[in-house]
Design a binder for this molecule. Structure first.
Ligand SMILES: NC(=O)c1ccc[n+]([C@@H]2O[C@H](COP(=O)([O-])OP(=O)(O)OC[C@H]3O[C@@H](n4cnc5c(N)ncnc54)[C@H](O)[C@@H]3O)[C@@H](O)[C@H]2O)c1
Length: 328
């Protein structure tokens, strides 16, 4: 079994390749070539919860994998991550587990790549100004994905905690420079959104993070953060002005308050969701239909993305001799 640590995951799956891996996952999902059972979870009283996210991806030789991700808030006091994760990959020729890798890094890169793929497919080609809401653990990959998908000259950074913005710009400025972009601190959500062409929200907010009426015609928005029926980042004003896509309709309609909250109040019709991004890639559904259209991708993520990313990482590791082989 090959063990692949976080640093190796980062090296083995650069963002551009991760975007292509996510597109492949979306296409296979659209073609009915995936099986994703409901995730299984255990609550550990007083400590946290452990979730199992399995998927079977058909096509080629096939891939089966499971991400084990836990939420243990008390870990922070021990100087540990509160959301530890690992991915196990099973060889579909033999049924043997052939790889164990850092799941937090797989999550970060495949989640950034969701927005990267959606921006690549839906944003206007002449997009030049980005806006990023949130400067937490997921944010650097979201920034890189945005920069990979379009040639942006400026990305405005906004966080509810203003003291987080300057350190984020400090530690990600060099990355942005490599793509020819400048990071700029936004003093308000309005300042971040006004005239932005690509907007990504990756926050832990429970209520909308910007005013949807201010979004410029022709802009593209990636909603990444919210994943509970009671939380949302995007408001119904934005959704009702936009052509709206999702990564996985079933998962989003079970989890995303962005839709469920306004739908419950009669302010949004769930039938207005155009469809899944994989169907756009497969040519079954139109993506952007005019230069003035606002497009939105709402994602909550699903295990197929983890398995396709993990498979790509494993193949790259085998090809380059990376990782540590262990005998069980
Ligand atoms: N769609 C997916 O597949 C997927 C995958 C992984 C994580 N996520 C979600 O992404 C979100 C962010 O994850 P993270 O690890 O970066 O979290 P984090 O806790 O490290 O950072 C969250 C950031 O959001 C900021 N924030 C909160 N409310 C805000 C607001 N109203 N405006 C601007 N900034 C605000 C916080 O100050 C913080 O800097 C979480 O909700 C997580 O569950 C989604």
């Amino acid at each position: 079994m090959l063990v692949i640590n976080a640093r190796q995951v980062r090296e083995l799956l650069p963002m551009k390749e991760a975007i292509e891996a996510d597109k492949k996952a979306f296409l296979l999902h659209s073609a009915g070539q995936t099986e994703v059972p409901v995730r299984l979870g255990f609550d550990i009283p007083g400590r946290g919860s452990v979730l199992f996210m399995p998927a079977y991806v058909k096509g080629d030789v096939g891939s089966v994998g499971v991400k084990i991700v836990s939420v243990f808030p008390g870990n922070l006091a021990k100087g540990m991550t509160s959301v530890p994760a690992q991915v196990l990959l099973v060889d579909c020729e033999t049924g043997v587990v052939n790889a164990l890798m850092d799941g937090s890094e797989v999550t970060r890169v495949r989640t950034g790549a969701i927005s990267g793929a959606a921006t690549d497919i839906l944003a206007r080609y002449d997009a030049s100004v980005g806006a990023l809401f949130g400067t937490g653990g997921q944010a650097p990959a979201q920034l890189e994905a945005m920069l990979c998908a379009r040639t942006l000259k400026e990305v405005r950074i906004f966080d509810l905690l203003p003291e987080r913005i300057a350190p984020f710009i400090e530690s990600n400025g060099e990355l942005a420079e490599k793509y020819g972009a400048k990071l700029v601190a936004a003093r308000s959500s309005d300042e971040a959104v006004d005239s932005a062409d690509v907007i990504t929200t990756v926050t832990t907010a429970k209520t909308p993070v910007f005013d949807g009426t201010r979004v410029k015609l022709g802009a593209h928005v990636n909603g990444v953060g919210s994943f509970l029926p009671t939380s949302r980042e995007l408001d119904e004003k934005l959704l009702s002005r936009a052509r709206v896509f999702v990564d996985n309709r079933e998962a989003v309609l079970a989890e995303a308050g962005d839709f469920l909250i306004p739908a419950a109040g009669g302010a949004y019709d769930l039938n207005a969701i155009a469809g899944e991004i994989g169907d756009v890639l497969a040519g079954k559904l139109a993506g952007r239909t005019s230069d003035d259209e606002i497009t939105v991708l709402k994602t909550v993520g699903f295990a197929v993305l983890d398995v396709v990313a993990a498979r790509t990482i494993y193949e790259n590791a085998v090809a380059t001799g990376a990782g540590s082989e262990i005998d069980l």
